[in-house]
Design a protein around this ligand. Structure first.
Ligand SMILES: [Zn+2]
Length: 437
């Protein structure tokens, strides 16, 4: 995760203890937690039939995203969850307040739902006898302001970044990695898209993707837009890497060849530095828009990189974001393929333990900065200037306080027209709660 000049990340272990705690939180109708979980397991029918998730982005320019799910179930009480703890954001910021229009049906009959008294991310239903398929309809109101992370503004009149966690429910008591999902998307006419998901076809105006586990789906956002360009990077390297750009206007896509060459060199430099490639494909999903939140969010086979509209056509703006792609790309190794135990998240309902965020984020920031210089995204002088802005003392010991982490507040990068000089800018240190901003 990178926000402005910082980057930070998130998880939880799935144990019987956590199951019971979740059950206690749900406190459904006075039944014991164990009984509740037994019911939840009973109602979701794990089978070779995947959950179908159809997303309609045609109203994204109006800031509404529609979704329909079809889920195999058994009769009985069932609890469905909306993802709460979002990987890479290190906090329980799943945008539950923007979920709307929730309707459950089966065999054409509407099924009433009740939100849990305590957990606002949990919805209780009773699947009627004779029902084997549950239909879910929901809307996501993409009306958030352009601030924060993935729950912030993600659409404009000409583009959209789809974060799957915003348009999905999953059965409580089942690990997301055990829920197979068959996704599809209906795009506005003329829009193109980029994603690490595998396209399998098109039918009825929808693009179909290969079924993947829910955790992989949520880790595979989709960038789409009217003004879109995909550029292969470092074509001599396997697996394949792509720079996908969606912008507010066609002129914003006129990226300079030198910058494309630098991004290709970034791919090659990671081969030299990390000596491994653990992914099947990698997509840099770059949103170039002044109407969306600006940050970076890492994924295993892609990164969600959101910057100003003119970033790739203005040398000064490019420099100010020079460390963004190298940082998020590095997270695929440090944070996704390998991650601190407390951040090894396997259920979005569970808290993430962030005591090793300094490895997840601190090391990634350093390596990303090194890669930005090695690849030529920034010059040696620019790298040294930004390093000088980061490095000066005072350093403050990490406090031994639950939930608190210490980090050096890095001053925003300065324009290369007025380079920061060593010793003229001091880093300020502050204590923060796990808010990655
Ligand atoms: Zn980060």
């Amino acid at each position: 995760m990178l926000k402005g000049a910082y980057r930070w990340t998130a998880s939880l272990r799935f144990t019987l203890g956590s199951l019971i705690r979740e059950g206690l939180h749900l406190k459904l109708h006075g039944f014991s937690a164990v009984l509740l979980m037994a019911f939840s397991f009973a109602a979701y029918a794990q089978s070779s039939v995947p959950v179908r998730l159809n997303v309609d982005l045609t109203d994204a320019p109006r800031k509404i995203i529609h979704a329909r799910m079809t889920m195999p179930v058994h009769p009985g009480p069932m609890t469905l969850l909306y993802p709460k703890w979002i990987p890479g954001e290190h906090e329980p910021d799943g945008p539950i307040t923007d979920l709307a229009g929730l309707v459950f049906t089966a065999n054409g009959q509407q099924i009433p739902w009740v939100r849990d008294d305590v957990n606002m991310y949990a919805f209780h239903i009773t699947v009627p006898q004779g029902v084997s398929t549950l239909d879910i309809k929901l809307d996501f109101l993409a009306t958030a302001p352009p601030s924060g992370f993935s729950a912030g503004a993600s659409t404009s009149a000409s583009l959209a970044l789809l974060s799957w966690n915003e348009v999905v429910l999953y059965p409580s008591g089942t690990k997301p990695s055990q829920v197979q999902v068959q996704p599809s998307i209906k795009f506005p006419e003329g829009w193109q898209f980029g994603t690490a998901l595998t396209k399998t076809g098109e039918a009825n105006g929808e693009v179909q993707f290969a079924a993947v586990p829910l955790n992989m789906l949520i880790d595979s956002p989709v960038l789409a837009g009217r003004y879109f360009k995909e550029i292969p990077l470092a074509t001599d390297v396997t697996p394949k890497h792509y720079l996908d750009m969606a912008a507010d206007g066609p002129e914003d896509l006129a990226i300079k060849p030198q910058l494309v060459d630098a991004f290709s060199k970034l791919v090659r430099e990671t081969g030299v530095l990390y000596k491994s490639r653990h992914y099947n494909i990698y997509h840099f999903l770059v949103t170039l828009s002044d109407d969306v939140a600006h940050f970076g969010l890492e994924h295993h086979q892609s990164s969600d990189d959101r910057v100003g509209e003119r970033t790739f056509i203005d040398d000064n703006l490019s420099y100010l974001e020079a460390d963004l792609l190298p940082h998020e790309f590095t997270h695929s190794w440090n944070g996704k393929y390998r991650r601190p135990a407390g951040l090894n998240h396997d259920d979005y309902k569970d808290p993430m333990i962030g005591n090793l965020l300094w490895v997840y984020e601190g090391l990634t920031q350093y390596l990303g900065d090194v890669l930005a210089a090695r690849s030529g995204i920034e010059t040696d002088d620019q790298f040294r200037s930004s390093l000088a802005a980061t490095a000066p003392p005072p350093w403050t010991p990490v406090p031994d306080a639950p939930g608190a982490i210490c980090r050096t507040r890095r001053p925003p990068r300065k324009s290369f027209m007025t380079p920061v000089r060593s010793g003229t800018t001091g880093g300020a240190t502050r204590i923060i709660t796990p808010r990655a901003s």
